[in-house]
Design a protein around this ligand. Structure first.
Ligand code: GBH
Length: 479
């Protein structure tokens, strides 16, 4: 492709998908309608102190009722793909048993609406809304949940069949395991590293079994992926202690998923390194064969990088103490890996996450080098900023335009170096329920008024429309 540096525009390959992403609990609302059962997020968001301002997904962005309007909005933005998730408790209200037809109908209709507009449906089967009865039976720490997930995946694949462009079994199992069962920042709010490690394994099993169930129902040529939030961890220094700390964190955060999925084994070392928390007896004979299945693509979610090092006290004589932020030790899975996070100067989003587009190029190229035949999709990337509708009725969000421009350019650089990236879906279509931060953090290309639910396309949405309709990276005005 052509490069921006010399004034000529960067052009992406024909057929490259430009989309936006959402997740069921963050947008749908209608949590009591058409037979939907309760999920761990319904329970968690009602737990005092769990979510900022006590917000819940009860209303979301009312997408469940506005799906026609919202698909028209996607078409207006020129999107060629829409990534959404199916709510497990709509399909199986208790997590078991036959499908609830009304639950499946909503997604059948959504897929029809998308296809009528020429928008490719990218379906995530699990984006964190585990049916509450399955949590009551042990949740992701209990291996049977993997078999329950496979049953559910088969029901959805039966209903949507060959009309789905790309399936993703799980969104960010790292979050499900470590935020859900170690730090407790996410549902179900458990703080027990032993359960978190067991959850990692159950989630891996769920991917393997779920992938087979999708192929059995939708056909062997269904394109099935897993979507990971691989951490780009940089070592705080060249000191061996810091490099070793970074490597430990890579193992427990990234390689515990990539290893079983693509290399057929858990990474050497991780079992010993986490032995004080778990004996890993949850891994049984034959499990690794169940996990390893043909993977047609990998979904990559990217927001930022981390700078990590050894914890103070591990350092050799004369070494500098790490300049960790006060809350750094709380970041999961810090304890499991025995690492400390370091702060760095630089621009940050409203989430406090450092803006570092180069990390996305590095991540995509690293994956390309390790797995040259594996197609990659960037299925989430975006930024929260405190947007408001101005007196002119518009939402001016120059920081988000710059963020998106620089990260899409980072994808372009990876393509230049040979990475097989097939599409990009921005997080997120519209401002929505940002998990533990409720509605206060706005990531959308489209602003949502919390009182009227009115949708207003932001400047970033207009910028993205130019990208999606031309395949050429538009400049950032005024920079
Ligand atoms: C995604 O997860 C989710 O899939 C999506 O639903 C969500 O709305 C979206 O991101 C925005 O949050 O503290 O600087 O080390 C994001 C997973 C894990 C990414 C924690 C950032 C910490 C950054 N996140 N990580 S830092």
């Amino acid at each position: 492709g052509a490069h921006g540096e010399h004034g000529s525009a960067r052009r992406f390959p024909p057929g490259f998908l430009w989309g936006a992403a959402t997740a069921a609990y963050q947008v749908e609302g209608a949590v009591h309608e058409d037979g939907r059962g309760g999920s761990i997020w319904d329970t968690f968001s009602r737990t005092p102190g769990a979510v900022l301002h006590g917000d819940t997904g009860d209303v979301g962005t009312d997408h469940y009722h506005r799906v026609v309007e919202d698909v028209a909005l996607m078409a207006d933005l020129g999107l060629s793909a829409y990534r959404f998730s199916v709510a497990w408790p709509r399909v199986q209200p208790t997590g078991r048993g036959p499908a609830n037809p009304a639950g499946l109908d909503f997604y059948r209709r959504l897929v029809d609406l998308l296809r009528d507009r020429g928008i490719a449906p990218l379906v995530t089967l699990y984006h964190w809304d585990l049916p509450q009865p399955l949590q009551d039976a042990g949740g992701w720490a209990e291996r049977d949940t993997a078999w329950r997930f496979a049953d559910y995946a088969g029901l959805v694949a039966d209903a949507l069949g060959d009309r789905v462009h790309l399936w993703t079994t799980l969104n960010e199992p790292w979050c499900s395991a470590y935020l859900g069962y170690a730090s407790g920042e996410h549902a179900p709010g458990v703080q027990d590293p032993a359960q978190a490690l067991a959850a990692v394994h159950t989630l891996n099993l769920a991917h393997g079994l779920g992938t087979r169930a999708v192929r059995a129902a939708a056909g062997d040529d269904a394109t099935v992926s897993l979507t990971l939030n691989l951490q780009v961890n940089r070592a705080a220094s060249d000191r061996p202690e810091d490099v070793a700390a970074r490597d430990r964190l890579d193992r427990v955060a990234n390689e515990v998923f990539l290893g079983p999925l693509l290399d057929g084994a858990y990474p050497e070392g991780v079992v010993a390194e986490t032995a004080r928390y778990s004996d890993w007896s949850f891994v049984r004979d034959g499990d690794l064969d169940l996990i390893r299945t043909r993977l047609d693509a990998l979904g990559v979610n990217y927001y930022t990088t981390s700078l990590v090092g050894a914890v103070a006290g591990d350092a050799g004589d004369g070494a500098l103490a790490p300049s960790a932020s006060p809350d750094a030790a709380d970041r999961p899975p810090a304890d499991l890996a025995d690492v400390t996070w370091h702060d760095r100067p630089g621009p940050r989003t409203a989430m406090g996450w450092l803006v570092e587009p180069a990390g996305l190029t590095d991540l995509l190229l690293d994956l390309h080098r390790r797995y040259p035949d594996l197609p990659l999709y960037v299925l989430e990337n975006g930024a929260a900023y405190p947007d408001e509708v101005g007196p002119d009725g518009q939402v001016h969000d120059p920081d988000r335009v710059a963020y998106l421009h620089d990260h899409v350019e980072a994808v372009g650089r990876a393509l230049d170096s040979g990475a097989d990236v097939r599409g990009y879906t921005a997080w997120t279509l519209m401002d929505n329920f940002e998990w533990a931060f409720g509605y206060e953090r706005r990531f959308g290309l489209v602003h949502v008024d919390r009182t009227t639910m009115a949708r207003t396309v932001k400047d970033s949405g207009r910028w993205y429309r130019r990208l999606a309709t031309t395949g050429v990276l538009p400049p950032v005005e005024g920079r």
